[in-house]
Design a protein around this ligand. Structure first.
Ligand SMILES: Cc1cc2nc3c(=O)[nH]c(=O)nc-3n(C[C@H](O)[C@H](O)[C@H](O)COP(=O)(O)O)c2cc1C
Length: 379
């Protein structure tokens, strides 16, 4: 039996009772059919295999064509996409699971290939550093985007609202706003990517406005207890940066705290992880944990042991696991039994067929003693 009881105690998120503290982190797997970017039968199987997670958060799913930055990624803006996701939610619920969809707009991290030959949009016309777009020609240079007009910013908020309505029609238990990893919401929050002079730029109050309006729009559709948001206060994806991350993300979190959200999901990788804060950078997560009084999810390089410790030390209420969930559909059962983990295959993380997607064996299919023991996953 497990030596790690905290991970396996139930926890309430809004109206949902999670049977354990393991969250499946949102992960793009780039396997949606590219005509219409619709989840298919393999997507259904992939999420059903992982239904024992306390909560599944789906891969980032675009709220509009403008929000697309990678091929083979699913959306939640067409009827066909809603119908595809409905099959996923029905099957996950039938298997006893709970599932939120991550709502995504990539902003500048896109390419004219996805935008009818037009430039991608962003808060300001600043070319992303250290980022490439994944098109049908492979990884391509990202051009300098064009700044959204004030009216267009409000139209994007409306697209998020419509996506929340679509998510409701598709049977999701809730939505997670993708406010992390250098995409549109993050581009508005951080001053390295936002040099606007209207009410969406300048002061931290103005830079937080877009994120808060998006969250508010989703709340109006679903209720606050079905809306979460993901932030990456010390992340560097796409070269995103801010002159004072602690102050910026503390302010955003103070405002979010007033809304009664389902949860705040913070990526702040543990030291040694590729997504960990750069040397000399102060962690921000502990400050946000103090500010936010609702359910708090931490993510970034956690193992069973470090997750258990974080829960016992009250650093978080829930821990999200990414790569461990790619390779271990029954991660809950493996942790419960102290069983070995399957080894993740990086070559099949993004794109391809069912191999590396829905063919990782469960303990039942391949007993633990023949699996490879792996405590720390590196990628
Ligand atoms: C293949 C892959 C795809 C990912 N896609 C997303 C995504 O769509 N949205 C998101 O917020 N994070 C995404 N991430 C980041 C993960 O959610 C998570 O933050 C990261 O893997 C660190 O957690 P881990 O160490 O438990 O894997 C992705 C990570 C991987 C490995």
């Amino acid at each position: 039996m497990s030596q790690h009881p905290a991970l396996f105690t139930p926890f309430q998120v809004g109206t949902l009772t999670l049977p354990n503290r393991l969250v499946m982190a949102p992960m793009t797997r780039s396997r949606a059919n590219n005509e219409g970017n619709v989840p298919d039968d393999s997507t259904v199987k992939y999420y059903v295999q992982r239904a024992s997670a306390g909560l599944i958060i789906t891969e980032g799913s675009q709220i509009s064509q403008q929000g697309v930055g990678y091929i083979y990624t699913p959306g939640i803006h067409s009827d066909a996409q809603v119908a595809g996701w409905k099959k996923v939610t029905d099957a996950v619920h039938a298997a006893g699971g709970r599932i939120f969809i991550q709502l995504w707009h990539v902003g500048a991290i896109s390419h004219p290939f996805f935008q009818n030959g037009e430039l991608p949009v962003a808060p300001s016309a600043i070319q992303p550093r250290d980022a490439k777009a994944f098109t049908d020609k492979g990884m391509e240079e990202i051009p300098t985007p064009r700044a959204l007009t004030n009216q267009e910013v409000k139209a994007v908020v409306a697209d998020f609202r419509q996506a929340a309505e679509n998510a409701q029609r598709a049977g999701f238990d809730g939505v997670e706003i993708h406010g992390a990893n250098g995409y549109l919401v993050d581009q508005f929050i951080q001053d390295g990517t936002n040099q606007r002079t209207d009410e969406y730029g300048g002061s931290v109050e103005n830079r937080a406005r877009f994120a808060l309006e998006v969250v508010q729009a989703a709340i109006e559709v679903l209720g606050a207890d079905r809306v979460g948001i993901r932030l990456a206060p010390t992340g560097n994806v796409g070269g995103i940066h801010d002159s004072n991350r602690l102050a910026t993300f503390s302010y955003v979190t103070e405002q979010l705290n007033k809304l009664g959200l389902a949860y705040l999901h913070v990526i702040e990788a543990l030291p040694g992880h590729p997504m960990a804060a750069k040397a000399g950078q102060e962690p921000v997560g502990p400050a946000l944990r103090k500010i936010f009084t609702g359910p708090f999810i931490l993510n970034g390089g956690y193992t069973q042991e470090t997750a258990e410790r974080a829960l016992i030390n009250n650093e978080a209420d829930l821990i999200a696991f990414g790569v461990p969930y790619i390779a271990n559909p029954d991660l809950v059962e493996r942790y419960q039994q102290g069983a070995a983990l399957n080894t993740p295959d990086q070559a099949t993380f993004y794109g391809g067929d069912d191999h590396g997607y829905i063919d990782y064996p469960s303990l039942q299919e391949r007993p633990a003693e023949t699996a490879v023991k792996q405590d720390i996953v590196e990628y």
